[in-house]
Design a protein around this ligand. Structure first.
Ligand code: ZN
Length: 499
């Protein structure tokens, strides 16, 4: 675990060092310090009040749900949650920061010392984990949003001002662009599982900053290239591409200037997706002093034991333990387990069906093949389906009991999707019950044999593939109702008698 990959470039060897800071908007009902509604989009500046606009004299009040979500996230990411905590002001000037400071947590963050396991294996392989440590998670308010309308003007929408965020700061434990992307993916999946965020990357619910530099060894001497902080990436691809680009850029820069990293200074960059390159936003010489002070309008506070315990109890089962359990309990493959657990709603849906059925493995097959295909084709979510886990459980059991064939089950599935009727009702309505009665099938086999003497001659001459063909004829004659297993067995029995 955690061995550092060493790369070479000509006469240099180097390691990649990446740490991430992830901003995540929380799904609270109200904003962080006021009772304005916390929701994405809508007409600009329609969800604002004196507090989130930072008007003089407005007093912030800490939302209980906000702190609770922060604590739940902390527990989910393996952190210790502090009982005593406080808020601070971080000063800087930017048009979308109307107060001139942002309320955040400086030296006493809510959560510290966490860790997550990122899975380096692919979808169908046995998991291969790497531990990434989390230094801290602090609470912070979001800022407004600048809108640059084509033409000469810029506008600011303060609807986002005061939206509750957590900032998750990792240790520099990632050693490749891929690992950085996996870290963001793992955090997103976990926070979505606990219901703390919608994880909507396009809408900016989660943004990632990556701090990246290289440990270069040249002729036995060790260097650290200056750190670049790549800001505000909101896709896994952007993280991979931007970090990969920075590795190349820092190597090239190292070859020309042999500059060593110095504490406290870093280049702030943005990622230009269209050009495929990082763009300098602030140079390494512009060290910023945010002049942190304790937020005077919010008293430091102590969380009660019951508050902390309630938060801990709300974490629920996380994706990885769920995967291990599904693998064991239902005997599913890594690929199946990984697919079924990507979203908690899907995992719960599957599990409800699995528990109600006699054959969880078959339930998994139906969910993976048929249900997911319908969701993809129609671009809808599980709760928009007319069928429920009970439908799938009962459909699977109807097949397992031999009442209908797998082929008929597909027709039943199609019909229940449209009508929402239960499988038993559909089977009954169409008189689809499979015939397993041996004497009835024997009679059909006899008819088929009598009508196809040529096939029997072929069989006598050694053509064994007529078994399948004859069984097909029996199925056809029974209008698909004969139990295929019984039909095959009876055809084989009768052929054996021919010899
Ligand atoms: Zn407000």
């Amino acid at each position: 675990m955690n061995e550092k990959p060493i790369h070479t470039d000509g006469d240099l060897t180097y390691e990649i060092i990446i740490g991430c800071e992830i901003h995540c908007e929380l799904l609270t009902k109200t904003k962080a310090f006021c009772s304005c509604e916390n929701r994405y989009g809508g007409l600009p500046n329609t969800r604002v009040c004196p507090v989130c606009l930072g008007l003089p004299g407005a007093m912030p009040v800490v939302g209980r749900e906000y702190v609770e979500f922060g604590a739940i996230a902390g527990f989910a990411l393996g952190c210790e949650v502090s009982r005593f905590t406080k808020f601070d002001r971080k000063h800087y000037f930017y048009p979308d920061l109307v107060k001139g400071y942002q309320i955040t947590q400086y030296d006493l963050p809510l959560c510290t010392n966490g860790q997550v396991l990122i899975n380096l294996a692919s979808q169908d392989e046995t998991p291969r984990f790497k531990k990434v440590r989390i230094e801290r998670i602090h609470l912070e308010e979001d800022v407004g949003k600048s809108l640059h309308i084509e033409g000469a003007h810029s506008y600011i929408d303060y609807n986002r001002s005061g939206v509750p965020l957590i900032e998750i700061v990792s240790k520099p434990d990632m050693s490749s662009p891929e690992e950085a992307a996996l870290f963001m993916q793992t955090i997103r999946e976990t926070l979505k599982y606990i219901g703390a965020t919608d994880g909507n990357l396009e809408e900016g619910s989660m943004r990632c900053d990556a701090n990246i530099n290289l440990k270069v060894i040249e002729n036995g001497k060790e260097w650290r290239t200056p750190i670049s902080e790549i800001k505000n990436m909101n896709s896994f691809k952007a993280i991979r591409d931007a970090c990969t680009y920075e590795v190349g850029r820092q190597l090239a820069e190292f070859r020309t200037d042999r500059q060593n990293f110095s504490q406290g200074f870093k280049v702030t960059m943005g990622w230009d997706d269209a050009k495929g390159e990082t763009v300098v936003q602030r140079t390494k010489n512009s060290f910023i002093d945010y002049r942190f002070v304790v937020e005077p309008d919010i008293k430091p506070f102590t969380l009660s034991d019951s508050f902390i315990e309630t938060a801990r109890s709300k974490v629920g089962e996380l994706p990885q333990p769920k995967r291990d359990r599904f693998r064991k309990e239902y005997g599913l493959s890594d690929f199946d387990v990984n697919t079924l657990t990507t979203e908690r709603s899907l995992a719960d849906w599957f599990e409800q069906a699995a528990k109600a059925s006699r054959d969880p493995k078959k339930v998994a097959n139906w969910v993976l093949a048929e249900v997911l295909a319908v969701l993809n084709e129609r671009n809808i979510s599980l709760d928009e389906l007319k069928i429920t886990p009970a439908h799938i459980a009962s459909l699977v059991d109807t097949v397992v009991s031999g009442a209908i064939s797998s082929k008929q089950a597909k027709d039943v599935f199609a019909e229940m999707l449209e009508t929402g009727d239960m499988p038993e009702a559909i089977v009954k309505k169409h008189g689809m019950e499979q015939v397993s009665d041996t004497s009835l099938i024997e009679a059909i086999v006899a008819e088929v044999f009598a009508a196809n003497p040529a096939a029997l001659d072929d069989y006598r001459k050694g053509k064994t593939n007529v078994v399948g063909w004859l069984t097909g004829q029996v199925m056809k004659a029974s209008k698909g109702k004969a139990n295929p297993g019984t039909a095959t067995a009876l055809v084989q029995k009768r052929l054996a008698e021919l010899k």
